[in-house]
Design a protein around this ligand. Structure first.
Ligand code: NAP
Length: 375
């Protein structure tokens, strides 16, 4: 029987890769529904390309429910849960950006469906809330977490530490002074990955890696001291695990999100795919360097947020999210993203996260503090 798949954020970068995988394995996977935020044109293309797709939820536009050529078009984010429940989906690809979609994520967790999860922000802000449920139903597709998932299966109790790799982004090797006046277009031009704007900017500040350290804690219940980060400019080794006896296991693959997405959708099987094979017979050079923590302070800030815990994780994520947007609109500088996020994390007095309301309260705290600081 085919696995029934829904893709949330089907018009985005992760969504496009996931559609490729579903099409490639159409004998084993069946697309039953998608969401887009505003890109109706893309949604119409998708239903033409995938006749099995009978549901489209348009989360960011208002409109009347309509059935066109047998496809239900629904407007508003409240329909995402309905789509998942009524279509009997096996796995949902969660390709929505930012921490603002955390309610949708929690709804999916509650439904018990398998979640092929790209969105690290939702895992970061719910880190304290849903760890046991996460372990059961979340199949990571962030390439680094997918690497750890593949490397750690069955080995967790004999692991000394894990290493997340980091390409270093477009500003690798630059010093703080050189980053003072950088603009959005240079911050968004990632040297190795072609991704959406939020994650590209987070890669330039290394906030992406800070979020991933927290994500790894949430997913694998690792102690933060067991997680290290190394700069690896080629971005071909996605994760490394060191065992207690000193043996190292590496997971490598081409720099292409279709590979971890395929693994999550095929798991617990592995499916043949020559299109994604690594050119191992070519000369390979892999470098690994320590992170320049003086210039890129994001990892320190993320670790401080982990240490303080609870609502500080939400504050960390929200501050980065909002300042990132302001930077793209020209309202703050690149360094402000790291500096002001650090300031908020330091100032915040945390409370426990036990509900969505606690998350909302922490988000409001960060918004209000930012608005006071920035006027
Ligand atoms: N891209 C990558 O290679 C990559 C790698 C690792 C992790 N991730 C993570 O995956 C997530 C998605 O990234 P992406 O690069 O695919 O983003 P993207 O290209 O910007 O696509 C985002 C998708 O979500 C929809 N969307 C945007 N805002 C929304 C909102 N407020 N509510 C509901 N839907 C919304 C968009 O619809 P419209 O097109 O209609 O606006 C689009 O379909 C992020 O959390 C990112 O950190 C991405």
């Amino acid at each position: 029987m085919k696995k029934r798949i829904a893709i949330l954020g089907a018009s985005g970068s992760i969504g496009t890769s996931a559609l490729w995988v579903v099409e490639k394995f159409s004998d084993r996977l069946e697309l039953v529904g998608v969401s887009v935020h505003r890109n109706l044109h893309c949604a119409q293309e998708i239903v033409r390309r995938f006749p099995s797709c009978e549901w489209v939820v348009v989360t960011g536009l208002e409109g009347k429910e309509a059935i066109r050529d047998g496809v239900r078009f629904l407007y508003g984010r409240q329909w995402v849960g309905t789509l998942i429940r009524e279509t009997g989906v096996d796995t949902v690809v969660f390709g929505l950006p930012s921490g603002e979609v955390v309610d949708l994520f929690l709804d999916l967790v509650e439904s018990g469906v398998k979640i092929a999860m790209a969105n690290k922000e939702a895992l970061v802000v719910t880190c304290d809330l849903i760890r046991p449920a996460v372990a059961k139903n979340v199949l990571p597709i962030d390439s680094e977490q997918s690497a750890l998932w593949q490397l750690l299966e069955g080995k967790l109790d004999r692991v000394k530490r894990v290493i997340l790799t980091c390409s270093g982004g477009p500003f690798r090797g630059k010093k703080r002074e050189e980053l003072r006046d950088v603009d959005a277009s240079s911050a968004l031009s990632h040297p190795r990955w072609n991704m959406g704007p939020k994650v590209s900017l987070d890669s330039a500040t290394l906030m992406n890696k800070a979020l991933e350290v927290i994500e790894a804690v949430a997913l694998f219940d690792l102690d933060p001291t067991q997680i290290e980060v190394l700069v690896h400019p080629q971005a071909e080794v996605h994760g490394i695990v060191e065992m207690v006896d000193g043996a190292l296991f590496l997971q490598a693959g081409i720099t292409d999100m279709r590979l971890p997405i395929q693994y999550a959708l095929s798991w617990p099987e592995r499916w043949d795919n020559d299109a994604l094979s690594f050119p191992i017979h070519e000369r390979i050079v892999w470098d690994f360097h320590p992170v320049d923590h003086e210039t890129f302070t994001s990892l320190k800030t993320g670790r401080l947020a982990l240490e303080k815990g609870g609502s500080t994780l939400v504050v960390f994520n929200t501050a980065n999210d909002l300042l990132g947007r302001m930077f793209l609109e020209g309202d703050v500088s690149f360094l402000d993203i790291m500096d002001i996020t650090h300031r908020l994390v330091e100032e915040h007095e945390p409370w426990q996260i036990t509900s969505l309301e606690d998350i909302e309260r922490a988000r409001r705290w960060a918004e209000e503090r930012l608005s006071t600081l920035l006027g």
